[in-house]
Design a protein around this ligand. Structure first.
Ligand SMILES: [Zn+2]
Ligand SMILES: [Zn+2]
Length: 277
């Protein structure tokens, strides 16, 4: 995998690139804008130039605030569509190689099928209004309740609903979320089963990114508790399988592990070591 971290943009978009440089990352994930700040064209151009100068191979932009794309509440959904269009424009402006998105939850009085349909309609409309020509990556979530995209089957349904009229779509698989949704990635056999299933349901070429996180949550608990590699319940056996699969060599692997001092460097070095074994 092409390894990197999720870096904060809280202190400015450009600061995230400094973090990538310090950690020697080949890939980076950021949110499209710092809270309360709308980057202007000049700032976006400066970011692209700085990224080129750094030689960063892959940039993922993760959705920041699009909570109601699958909601049956039309007013809320329309607001999320506008937010998504804005974020997709920013992703393009930042030179992002892909935009990572959670599908959100369906409404209490609706069905999962309604939610899938509404999400696809929202994503199509936002991409159209933003003139987005990039790649959309649907991320698996811990599942449970009304959240869409907990299972690989549901991810496939979301992609199918987007159809040929939607933006090019692939998937970003988060190991901690998969674990929370009940996929046992703690062993080599479990990880191989997961990969085979992903290939069958999503397509071998459609897995375009990984979020590499250990977890403190219980298997199948639907709880999200990203944790440091080697200190959580996933352990390293399954991770090693993912890192050493040839079909994922050119796919970004982003760490979203907790940001304690020096933790990114330690997690990266552990993951790099396993990839090189
Ligand atoms: Zn995410
Ligand atoms: Zn994630």
């Amino acid at each position: 995998m092409i390894l990197g971290v999720h870096a904060s943009v809280r202190r400015g978009l450009a600061v995230s690139l400094e973090e990538a440089r310090a950690l020697n990352c080949d890939a980076l994930q950021i949110l499209p804008y710092p809270r309360g700040h709308a980057p202007d064209l000049e700032e976006l151009a400066a970011f692209r130039a700085a990224r080129r100068a750094l030689g960063l191979r892959l940039l993922l932009v993760h959705s920041r605030f699009v909570p109601s794309l699958a909601s049956a509440d039309e007013a809320r959904r329309q607001r999320s569509i506008s937010h998504l269009a804005r974020e997709l424009s920013l992703c393009a402006g930042l030179g992002g190689d892909a935009y990572v998105l959670h599908a959100g939850a369906y409404s209490p009085d609706a069905s999962p099928e309604d939610g899938v349909r509404l999400f696809a309609d929202s994503a199509r409309r936002a991409a159209l209004s933003a003139g987005f020509a990039g790649v959309l990556l649907l991320e698996n979530v811990p599942g449970g309740g009304r959240r869409l995209g907990g299972t690989l089957e549901e991810l496939a349904r979301l992609r199918d609903a987007l159809g040929p009229g939607g933006p090019p779509t692939g998937f970003c698989l988060d190991t901690a979320h998969a674990w929370a949704a009940g996929y046992d990635l703690s062993s080599a056999e479990g990880a191989l089963r997961f990969v085979a299933r992903a290939h069958r349901l999503l397509g071998a070429d459609s897995v375009r990114a990984f979020h590499l996180n250990d977890s403190r949550a219980l298997l199948g608990s639907h709880r999200e508790h990203h944790w440091h590699w080697g200190q959580g319940r996933l352990g390293l056996e399954g991770l090693k399988v993912l890192l050493q699969r040839e079909e994922f060599f050119e796919v970004p692997g982003i760490l979203e592990t907790p940001k304690e001092p020096d933790a990114d460097a330690a997690n990266l070095s552990l993951v790099r070591g396993l990839a090189a074994l």
